[in-house]
Design a protein around this ligand. Structure first.
Ligand SMILES: Nc1ncnc2c1ncn2[C@@H]1O[C@H](COP(=O)(O)OP(=O)(O)OP(=O)(O)O)[C@@H](O)[C@H]1O
Ligand SMILES: O=C(O)[C@@H](O)C(=O)CO
Length: 421
């Protein structure tokens, strides 16, 4: 095992696993920190531990991340990677800064990078500012994210508010001069370097520059340059992406708790395509007016009427989300929805559903926990950042598509479904 990764949410972990697998590494993704990684690490070049720590109190996120780091090191990891969202989802309390600083201290290293750039999905960092396609993140729909509204595009400022470690910029003028120039700039002074990156070429150069650092932090795409370096060092041999994935036969369902603009467009596209849908309301769930049993009954009935998987969603526009949050509190509003979708997923699996498509990192974390699986094999890519995965250890065969809120094309839900046909 060469690379040990700690991801702050489940869909982010899957996204990173896909990038590593696409670049020829054997990857196993585990959910939560197991007692030992010995069995899974045996045939893996990389182990990605998926936490659900993005929006926990910082002290909890640190504790979980350090436990993951210790497990990865015990299994032989030569390098650690802390994966967070390509939209840098965090607040002034954390958790990117506090977790990165804690991992640095744990590893005894004074230097790392922070680079959320993911050009294939429209995220770029230029002059330390994070863009989502043509917009600064602070002008994008991420300004209204239910849990981590992003209202400052300057990542040096954002990260400086989260940690006492010095934060500085390695600007694109340096990045475009290549790996040696980037490496020298990072080594100049201790601290966390926000590194500009606007293309995959930049990211591959950054990967080469950081391959010797004990800790790399970033979005998934900054890992794309690492496997080549590991191969050159003779640490890994090439592997075929998606090796060993098989989808079980059976019925499917789509569960969406993401309120991102993209997920809402994907829901609208599914409706147009004739998918049977049920909209959930956080306040009705909280009052008991909507129960898991009623939702399961809807899904059962809808799946008799169509070959397409039914869609259950709580996704709503910012005004509706704000109303629920005003009444219930931000965290509680999220929890009631997550708990309901998780309970629905568990009941459906018990009734023989085998294919689950879920939208949203927090949502997917709750759904997968309810399905009782803790290890995933990475399968074929549906859209950039989202593969089908199969459960390695559930009671029965299951496959899942765990979509980050902002990922996937408009036709994502049907595209995912049709790939299994
Ligand atoms: N109608 C709603 N009212 C209030 N909160 C909601 C509502 N629908 C969903 N939520 C909550 O919003 C949060 C959405 O987070 P989630 O991580 O699932 O999606 P995302 O942030 O779009 O995806 P990602 O983290 O992958 O970018 C969840 O906690 C979810 O329960
Ligand atoms: O980096 C991303 O955008 C995703 O992998 C993610 O973490 C969203 O939750």
């Amino acid at each position: 095992m060469i690379l040990g990764a700690i991801a702050d949410d489940l869909t982010g972990a899957t996204d990173l696993s896909l990038i590593l697998s696409r670049n020829g590494m054997r990857v196993v993704q585990v959910i939560g920190v197991p007692d030992t990684l010995d069995t899974v690490a045996q045939d893996a070049d990389a182990v990605v531990i998926a936490l659900k720590s993005r929006t926990n109190p910082a002290a909890e996120a640190i504790e979980m991340s350090l436990a993951a780091a210790r497990a990865l090191q015990a299994a032989g990891a030569k390098q650690l990677f802390f994966k967070y969202c390509s939209t840098f989802d965090s607040t002034d309390e954390g958790n990117i800064g506090p977790v990165a600083a804690a991992l640095m201290e744990h590893l005894g290293t004074a230097t790392t990078i922070a680079c959320p750039s993911f050009p294939e999905n429209g995220r770029t960092v230029y002059k330390g500012h994070l863009f989502v396609f043509d917009q600064l993140i602070s002008d994008s729909p991420m300004k209204d994210h239910p849990l981590t509204p992003m209202r400052d595009p300057n990542l040096v400022s954002v990260l400086s508010r989260q940690t006492d470690r010095p934060v500085r910029l390695v600007a694109h003028e340096t990045v475009r001069r290549g790996a040696a120039a980037i490496e020298a700039a990072i080594a100049q002074e201790p601290g966390i370097c926000i590194v500009d990156a606007i293309s995959d070429e930049d990211l591959r150069a950054i990967g080469r520059a950081v391959a010797e650092l004990p800790l790399v932090t970033g979005g998934s795409a900054v890992a794309m340059g690492l496997p080549d370096v590991y191969r050159e060092k003779g640490w890994i041999t090439p592997a075929a992406p998606g090796e060993g994935f098989a989808a079980p036969e059976g019925r499917g369902v789509i569960l969406a708790g993401s309120c991102s603009a993209m997920t809402r467009r994907q829901i609208a596209a599914a409706e147009k395509a004739g998918v049977h849908m049920l909209r959930l309301d956080a306040l009705e769930i909280a009052s008991g007016a909507t129960t898991p049993e009623a939702v399961v009954a809807f899904v059962e009935a809808a799946s008799q009427r169509s070959d397409l998987p039914p869609l259950v969603y709580s996704s709503a526009d910012p005004a509706v989300v704000a109303q629920a949050q005003d009444k219930l509190g931000r965290m509680r509003a999220g929890e009631v929805v997550e708990e309901l979708l998780a309970s629905v997923a568990a009941s459906l699996a018990a009734r023989g559903f085998t294919r689950f498509i879920s939208a949203g990192g927090e949502t997917s974390g709750a759904v997968v926990a309810a399905l009782g699986t803790s290890a995933l094999r990475i399968g074929p890519e549906i859209d950039p950042g989202v593969p089908w995965v199969s459960a390695l250890d559930a009671d029965r065969p299951l496959c899942l598509a765990l979509k980050s809120g902002n990922f996937g094309g408009e036709d994502f839900f049907l595209k995912a479904w049709e790939m299994l046909a």
